[in-house]
Design a protein around this ligand. Sequence first.
Ligand SMILES: NC(=O)c1ccc[n+]([C@@H]2O[C@H](COP(=O)([O-])OP(=O)(O)OC[C@H]3O[C@@H](n4cnc5c(N)ncnc54)[C@H](OP(=O)(O)O)[C@@H]3O)[C@@H](O)[C@H]2O)c1
Length: 237
Amino acid sequence: MEKPLNGKVALVTGGSRGIGLAVARSLGRLGAKLSLCSRHAEKLESAAAELQGEGARVVVTAADVTRSSDIGKLVQKTEQSLGAIDVLVNNAGIGYFGPFQGAAESDWDAVLDTNLKAVFLLGKAVAPGMIERRSGHIINIASLAGKNAFAGGGIYCASKWGLLGLTECMAEDLRQYGIRVSAICPGTVATDFSPHAGKDVRKMLQAEDIAHAVEAIVTQSPQSFISEILLRPTQKP
Ligand SMILES: NC(=O)c1ccc[n+]([C@@H]2O[C@H](COP(=O)([O-])OP(=O)(O)OC[C@H]3O[C@@H](n4cnc5c(N)ncnc54)[C@H](OP(=O)(O)O)[C@@H]3O)[C@@H](O)[C@H]2O)c1
C-alpha cells in the first residue's frame, strides 16, 4: 500500500524515548525510513527493536547533538545507510528548572547548547542537500515555555524562546527552496522529562499528541506549510 512517506528518510534526535520515540513511530507508520540518535546506545537499541517490530527500517547512532563532530557523523551515517534526509525532527532537549540566580554557567551552556545550538548545527548540516533537492521538512520541538514565562523557567524559557526565533528565520531562509521549517509548542507532556507530582497524568498531553501534530505537518500539501502548532491539554492537569 502506498504510504505518504514511502521512500523518505526521517532523522529524529532524542528518538530513544518520550516524544522523539512517539514521533519516530508515527513517521515509520507513514512509511519513512528512520534514523534515531541520543547519547545512550542501549536505550536506542531497544527503541529500534520496537520500531523494526512494526516493520520500519531503522538505524541508530549514539550521538550528542551539542557536538558538531557527532552531528557530522550522524548525518553521514544516516545518508550512507538510508539516503538523503527528507525530514529532520529536532526533538532532543533537556530542562533546567530553578531560579536563574542559583544556576551555574554550565547549566546555561548545557540547556542552550542542546535546545538551541544543536538545531542550528543540524539545520546547517541538512539544509544544503534539501536546497539541492528543493524539498524537505525541518520540525523543531519547542514548547509553550517559549511563549510563557514562569518562575524557575529562565534558562529553559530562554532556550525555547530563542528556538522559536531561530525557527521563524530558518523558515524564511528556506521557504524559497520548497523547504518547510515548523515549530511545535506543547504544554507539559507525560514523559520522563519533568516530574509530575500533584498532576493528573491522564489529563496531560501524551507523546502521541505531539506525534500527531508532526504527522499533520509532513502530510501538508507542498504549496503550503504549517509554521507553528500550539498544543494544550483539553483539561488542566
Ligand atoms: N515533556 C514535556 O513536558 C515537554 C513539553 C514541551 C516541550 N518538550 C520538548 O520536547 C522534547 C522532547 O522531550 P521529552 O519529554 O520527550 O523528553 P525526554 O523523555 O527526557 O527525552 C529526551 C530525549 O532527548 C535525548 N537527548 C537529550 N540530550 C541529548 C543530547 N545532548 N544529544 C542527543 N540526544 C539527547 C534523550 O536521550 P539521552 O538522554 O539518552 O541522550 C532522549 O532521547 C524536548 O525538546 C523538550 O524540551 C517537552
